[in-house]
Design a protein. Structure first.
Length: 383
């Protein structure tokens, strides 16, 4: 009884697709554009600490301490002698007074920034003892006399560091801060032969964000290219390959768009989901197109062939898609948030491709057949 009702449901879908193919095709494209706009809102989770389980006591303690005392991002600014930029008047020791004045000026400029909570450097250390001496020998004597001062210099005295603690927010805030930091560094007067670079939590997270974007595009592109070539190889028909690939494109755009609208983050653990979804969802389109072609070979026209194939294959691919989705939904009950997000994205992706296969692919099959028939009729009329 239930099986008959499901069959009737798919027959109703097929009838609607046959009667309103062009309108439904336009609706599908417009809907995809609207959903796809969410892609620009995809949040990149580059902070690995955010993937820690929130109910662990050690994580609760860390969150409590951060809330009470302020969670910080650490930035390290390295000032070093650059042999490639060396001139006759360039300092040969990082403890040179001109270098330390540069370190001091940079430290003071950094302290003016609202998001920076503390700055530690050799230059600031000299401020506490009356300023930087004009004589390099005096500077070296003071540094040797204070063990805490030695901590700011490397062993061969060719580099010193400024340690900055800042309270930053999301990736956009980190990017803006990184740009501002570059502006401050470039504005500071420094002696020749000196190179200033920065690293730390914000820069690393920005780099991770760029890598996630790059890997998403590359892995998706490679997967899509290989799958498309394999389908052409086995089908030996470009038109069928495009029809099989259609639900993959629609489903992938829907998945990424919904992720953006719902705020589901993309992280290191989930960057490869697009390639996985493409590989897992290809079979649905293959089954539908193959079954449709079997009905066409029996002599049925497009309307009859689709009414026969969609109900017959729809039940099978729906069952397959739902069971696969159920397996990924189980990941939502794991402890680690990154695995939970992986389950959300994989289950969402499979459902999107399944729905696209059932609702979109038949529409484009009908449109393709009607356009082909129209061109044949036009060609015969010209003869």
């Amino acid at each position: 009884m239930l099986g008959n009702e499901i069959m009737n449901f798919f027959e109703m879908i097929a009838d609607a697709q046959i009667k309103n193919a062009y309108i439904l095709g336009l609706i599908a494209i417009l809907l995809t554009i609207v959903i796809g706009l969410g892609i620009q809102h995809i949040y990149l989770q580059t902070d690995t600490s955010a993937d820690n389980p929130k109910d662990w006591d050690v994580v609760k303690l860390e969150d409590y301490v951060s809330e009470k005392f302020g969670g910080t991002d650490t930035i390290i600014i390295l000032i070093e002698l650059d042999k490639d930029l060396f001139y006759s008047n360039s300092p040969t020791d990082i403890r040179d007074k001109d270098v330390l004045n540069t370190v001091y000026d940079l430290s003071k400029e950094l302290e003016k920034e609202d998001k920076i909570s503390s700055v530690q450097s050799a230059g600031m250390l000299f401020e506490t003892i009356g300023g930087i001496p004009e004589n390099n020998d005096s500077i070296i004597s003071i540094i040797n006399a204070f063990p805490e001062a030695k901590a700011f210099f490397n062993k061969n005295n060719s580099a010193t560091a400024i340690f900055v603690s800042a309270q930053l927010g999301n990736e956009a805030d980190k990017i803006n801060f990184s740009k501002r930091l570059t502006e401050i560094i470039n504005s500071i007067k420094k002696p020749s032969g000196l190179k200033i670079t920065s690293s730390g939590t914000p820069e690393i997270q920005i780099l991770l964000g760029d890598l996630i974007r790059h890997d998403l595009v590359v892995t998706s592109g490679i997967a899509a290219g290989i799958i498309f070539l394999l389908v052409i190889l086995f089908k030996r028909n470009l038109k069928d390959a495009i029809l099989i690939f259609t639900p993959l494109i629609f489903g992938l755009v829907w998945m990424l768009g919904i992720m953006g609208w719902l705020g589901i983050p993309l992280s290191i653990a989930t960057v490869g989901v697009s390639a996985m979804i493409l590989g897992l969802g290809t079979e649905y389109g293959i089954f539908l197109v193959e079954r449709y072609e079997e009905e066409k070979k029996k002599g049925f026209k497009v309307d009859k062939a689709l009414r026969q194939s969609l109900p017959a294959i729809g039940i099978g691919i729906t069952g397959s898609g739902l069971t696969t989705t159920a397996g990924f939904v189980a990941l939502l009950f794991t402890t680690l948030p990154m695995i939970q997000n992986l389950g959300k994205i994989l289950s969402l992706g499979i459902l999107c491709i399944l729905i696209a296969t059932i609702l979109v692919t038949p529409i484009f099959i009908v449109i393709d057949e009607r356009i082909t028939e129209f061109l044949k009729e036009k060609a015969r009329g010209m003869q």
